[in-house]
Design a protein around this ligand. Structure first.
Ligand code: G3P
Length: 496
C-alpha cells in the first residue's frame, strides 16, 4: 500500500491542504481563502469556525483529486499562522469569540502599561521575545476580559485556549487532545524558553490562568488521532506540528547551526537555526524554539526577525488601491520602470516589527512627484519587501558578529524573479531558491513523516531537498548604500 502524508498549512489569509508521497513529492495541493475581519483600524480578527471550515473544504478537495485513498494517509502534519489566539468551549468545541490575529494591535496600550511597570526585562529574559502586542499572551488577556460569559466557563473548567495548531488538533481529534507544539508555545510570551514549560511569572504578568492552556508537546511524534473528521478515517496519527516559520526552516532542510531561510508570505520572516544554544539579541531579534524532534531530543533554537507586511502589501495594492487585479501582476508592473523613481513605500500597515518594534507606526508613501505612476509604486513595494529583510539580516549579522551563509528563500512571492534579484542586491548576499518553494507544507510533512517513522532521519530529508536557482548579487556596493540610505530615511519618517 502506498503511503502519504496529509499536510494542513493554516495561514493568515488562507488554508492549504496538501499530500506528499513517501518520496517527498508534493502530489496535490489546494488553498482556500477565508474572510479577514478589521473591526477598527489596527485590529485584525478571524472567525475560528471559518478557519476550520476552510480546512475541511481543503481536505475534501485534495482527496477528490484522487491521488490516494484516505486509508493510505499514514500521518497528518500541521503548520500554522503563529501567535493568533483562540478561546473555545470544551463542551461545544466552538470558539467563544473571534480569534485575535497576530497582526492585531489592540493590546498596544496594555503592553505599554507592562513596560511602564518594569516588566519588559523579565518578559524578554524568560520568553526570549520582545514585549509587543504581536504575541499571544496579551491577546488571551483581552479575550478573557472582553468576551461575554467567560466567568462561568472559567469556573466550570469549560474554557480552553490555544493558538491555531491547538484549535485545529482539538477539532481533528474531537476534543481528545488539547496540546500545542513547543515551537508554537514559544511564540505566546508565556513559555519559559529554556525550560520549555509554561512560566508562572509570565502567566501572572499577563493574567492568564494555567489551566486553560494546552499541554506542550514536541514538534514531531504522535500527539493524537483523527476522530469524526468528514472524509478521513478515524485513527490517523497527527504526528508533526510546527509554527509556519519554523516548519519552513525545517522544510528548507536548515538543520545546521547558522543555516537560515526567508519566507515571503503575508509577512516575511528570516529565521536562523542556532542549534542547542539560545542566542539572545540586543538588536530587536527574537530567540525562539525551532523544533523538538520527539520527547527524548532537546529543542533546537532559532533567531528570528519578521516584517509584518510583505505579501500583504501586494494584497493592499490589489484590494485597497485597486492598481492591480491579481497579485501576480505586480512583477510585470514593477519591471515596467527602471527603478522606483524616488518613491518609497514603508508598508507599516500593522506597525513595524523587527528590528524596530513600533506598533503605532503606520504606512507611508514618500517621494511622489508629478511623474510618479502605479509602476513606481509597484516597484517601491517590491523594494520595500526586500529592504525590510535587509534591515533584519543586518541586525542578525551584527548580533552574531559574522556573515551569514547564503539565504534560502521560499513562500509564494519567492517565485517572483524580479523580487528575488532585488533581494539579493539589497542584501548583498547570494540567495538560494529550492525546487520546492512550498517549504512550509514540506516542513509539516517531514515532521509528521519522521514522527511515524516514514523517514528515519534528517539526512533522508536533506537528500530530498534540492536547489532550483541561485540569485547572485548584481548591484554595486555604492548603489546599494545609496538605496539603503534612501530607505532608512523613509523608515525614520514612519517612526516619527
Ligand atoms: O508570526 C506570524 C506568521 O506565522 C504568519 O505567517 O505565512 O501567514 O504570513 P504567514
Amino acid at each position: 500500500m502506498a503511503e502519504y502524508i496529509l499536510a494542513i498549512d493554516q495561514g493568515t489569509t488562507g488554508s492549504t491542504v496538501a499530500l506528499m508521497d513517501a518520496g517527498g513529492r508534493l502530489c496535490a495541493s489546494v488553498n482556500y481563502e477565508f474572510p479577514q475581519i478589521y473591526p477598527h483600524p489596527g485590529w485584525v480578527e478571524h472567525r475560528p469556525a471559518e478557519i476550520w471550515a476552510s480546512v475541511l473544504k481543503g481536505i475534501r478537495a485534495v482527496l477528490r483529486k484522487g491521488v490516494c485513498k484516505p486509508r493510505e494517509i499514514v500521518a497528518i502534519g500541521i503548520t500554522n499562522q503563529r501567535e493568533t489566539a483562540v478561546l473555545w468551549d470544551r463542551d461545544s468545541s466552538e470558539a467563544v469569540n473571534n480569534a485575535i490575529v497576530w497582526q492585531c494591535r489592540r493590546t498596544t496600550d496594555f503592553c505599554e502599561t507592562l513596560r511602564g511597570a518594569g516588566h519588559e526585562k523579565t518578559i524578554r529574559r524568560r520568553s526570549g521575545l520582545v514585549l509587543d502586542p504581536y504575541f499571544s499572551a496579551s491577546k488571551y488577556r483581552w479575550l478573557l476580559r472582553n468576551t461575554p460569559g467567560i466567568r462561568g466557563r472559567l469556573k466550570d473548567g469549560r474554557l480552553a485556549a490555544g493558538t491555531i495548531d491547538s484549535y485545529l488538533i482539538w477539532q481533528l481529534t474531537a476534543g481528545a487532545a488539547h496540546v500545542t507544539d513547543i515551537s508554537n508555545a514559544s511564540r505566546t510570551s508565556l513559555m519559559n524558553l529554556e525550560e520549555g514549560g509554561w512560566d508562572h511569572r509570565l502567566l501572572d504578568i499577563f493574567e492568564v490562568p494555567a489551566d486553560i492552556l494546552p499541554r506542550i508537546v514536541p514538534s514531531s511524534g504522535i500527539l493524537g488521532h483523527t476522530r469524526g473528521v468528514p472524509g478521513l478515517p478515524d485513527g490517523i496519527p497527527i504526528a508533526g506540528v510546527a509554527g509556519d516559520q519554523q516548519a519552513a526552516l525545517f522544510g528548507q532542510a536548515c538543520f545546521g547551526r547558522g543555516e537560515a531561510k526567508c519566507t515571503f508570505g503575508t509577512g516575511s520572516f528570516i529565521v536562523m537555526n542556532t542549534g542547542a544554544e539560545v542566542v539572545r539579541s540586543s538588536a530587536g531579534l527574537l530567540s525562539t524554539v525551532a523544533w523538538q524532534l520527539g520527547e527524548r531530543s532537546k529543542p533546537v533554537y532559532a533567531l528570528e526577525g519578521g516584517a509584518f507586511v510583505c505579501g500583504a502589501a501586494v494584497q493592499w495594492l490589489r484590494d485597497g488601491l485597486g492598481i492591480i487585479r491579481k497579485a501576480t501582476e505586480i512583477e510585470a508592473l514593477a519591471a515596467s520602470v527602471e527603478d522606483s523613481g524616488g518613491v518609497e513605500f514603508v508598508p507599516a500597515l500593522t506597525g513595524l516589527g523587527a528590528p524596530h518594534w513600533a506598533p503605532e507606526a503606520r504606512g507611508t508613501i514618500t517621494g511622489l512627484t508629478r511623474g510618479s505612476h502605479r509602476g513606481h509604486l509597484a516597484r517601491a513595494t517590491l523594494d520595500a519587501m526586500a529592504l525590510q529583510n535587509a534591515d533584519i539580516l543586518r541586525a542578525m549579522e551584527e548580533e552574531l558578529g559574522k556573515r551569514m551563509k547564503p539565504l534560502r528563500v521560499d513562500g509564494g512571492a519567492a517565485a517572483n524573479n524580479l523580487l528575488m534579484q532585488i533581494q539579493a542586491d539589497v542584501l548583498g548576499r547570494k540567495l538560494i531558491r529550492p525546487s520546492m518553494i512550498e517549504t512550509t507544507v514540506a516542513g509539516a510533512c517531514y515532521l509528521a513523516g519522521l514522527g511515524v517513522g516514514l523517514w528515519q532521519s534528517q539526512k533522508e530529508i536533506r537528500e530530498i531537498w534540492s536547489v532550483e536557482r541561485e540569485f547572485a548579487v548584481q548591484m554595486s556596493t555604492a548603489a546599494r548604500r545609496k538605496r539603503l540610505s534612501a530607505w532608512n530615511d523613509a523608515v525614520k519618517r514612519t517612526l516619527l
